[in-house]
Ligand binder design. Structure first.
Ligand code: PEP
Ligand code: MN
Length: 337
């Protein structure tokens, strides 16, 4: 249910209605828009809730939210959400470019990559310190040591850090180092983890599970939003299909669909989405043309010898070329990079 306040409603009226919503046993999410403020009232409603809220001072209307996800829905907030985290901005006119290795491997690797991607114009550095690997025998990441190296890279370049958290018990540790907490595809439906990142003050990049529908992605985002963290970035990273020529199938229609349903920004991951370095620039260009608010791309100083995902990682030079191409596409769709 949404309590729509009048355009001229006072701060007192808004806080009074927030208290009224909470008094009815519901959670209140106050969303301040350019034209008016709305209060999303989330939870199990008693009979008469709508009527009792409708007579409040400063209330223009009380309407039901038809989508299963509530706070994420465009019905609640018609203006796009811009998520800012240090040097990264996603959801505005700028296309946010996140780049870096799949895994943090050592100091030289991460610092050299941070410097190279920054020089090419990226806005944030990605790198996994905790890696969710399909095989328990694969490299699992440098853990806290990797987080410390990411911090060194931020100090050296000023780039915001995007890094994955794989377990609820690590959220506090990873949040100490990260500007953006990445929740990986395998964890999209780990609801305790979603709640835990929802209680931090860090932005969250939520990746779509390879077998999850887009509506399930939105409901997963809702877990984070409902805990009070409004800085959620959605990420399409490809899904599992019968197709074998790519690692996953990258559906760019997700971008249009999400922009039609939610105010949250949408980022595309063409590295995991294709699994082939040679396809990454083409899919990056296509994603920006389709309206993506950002990209997350794997870049490595020596892809052939990377400890994870080398086959889909770009060299510094190919990333530089990608940026040049993507700038032209961004310009053609009234964005910039
Ligand atoms: C990654 O970003 O390196 C990663 C593990 O991604 P995903 O969760 O999309 O597989
Ligand atoms: Mn990877």
């Amino acid at each position: 249910m949404i309590v729509v306040m009048r355009a001229n409603a006072t701060e007192e009226q808004i806080s009074h209605m927030t208290a009224q919503v909470e008094g009815l046993g519901l959670r209140a999410h106050v969303i301040v828009g350019a034209e008016r403020t709305v209060i999303a009232a989330i939870g199990v409603k008693r009979d008469g809730t709508k009527e009792s809220l409708a007579i409040g001072d400063g209330v223009a209307d009380v309407v039901a939210i038809s989508a299963p996800y509530k706070v994420a829905s465009l019905e609640v907030k018609s203006e796009r959400t811009i998520v800012e985290a240090g040097s990264l901005q996603v959801g505005g006119e700028q296309v946010g470019m996140i780049a870096g290795p799949c895994s943090v491997e050592n100091e030289t690797q991460i610092i050299d990559t941070a410097r190279a991607i920054k020089k090419s114009g990226a806005h944030a550095l990605r790198g996994g310190a905790f890696k969710p690997r399909t095989s328990p025998y694969s490299f699992q990441g440098m853990k806290e040591e990797g987080l410390q190296l990411l911090e060194t890279a931020r100090d050296a370049t000023g780039l915001a850090i995007v890094t994955e958290v794989v377990a609820t018990e690590d959220v506090e540790l990873v949040a100490r180092y990260a500007d953006v907490l990445q929740v990986g595809a395998r964890n999209m439906q780990n609801y305790r983890l979603l709640e835990a990142v929802g209680t931090t003050d860090r932005a969250v990049l939520l990746k779509r599970g390879p077998s999850a529908t887009v509506d399930e992605l939105l409901l997963a985002a809702e877990y984070i939003l409902d805990r009070g963290n409004s800085r959620v970035i959605l990420c399409e990273r490809g899904i599992r299909t019968f197709e074998g020529h790519t690692r996953f199938t990258l559906p760019l229609a997700t971008v249009s669909y999400l922009h039609h349903k939610t105010h949250l920004p949408v980022v595309v991951d063409p590295s995991h989405g294709t699994g082939h370095a040679y396809m990454v620039a083409d899919m990056s260009a296509a994603a920006i043309a389709a309206g993506a608010d950002g990209l997350i791309i794997e870049v490595h100083p020596d892809p052939e010898n990377a400890l994870s995902d080398g086959y889909q990682s770009l060299t510094f030079n190919s990333f530089e070329q990608l940026m040049i191409r993507c700038r032209k596409i961004a310009d053609a769709v009234d964005r910039y990079l």
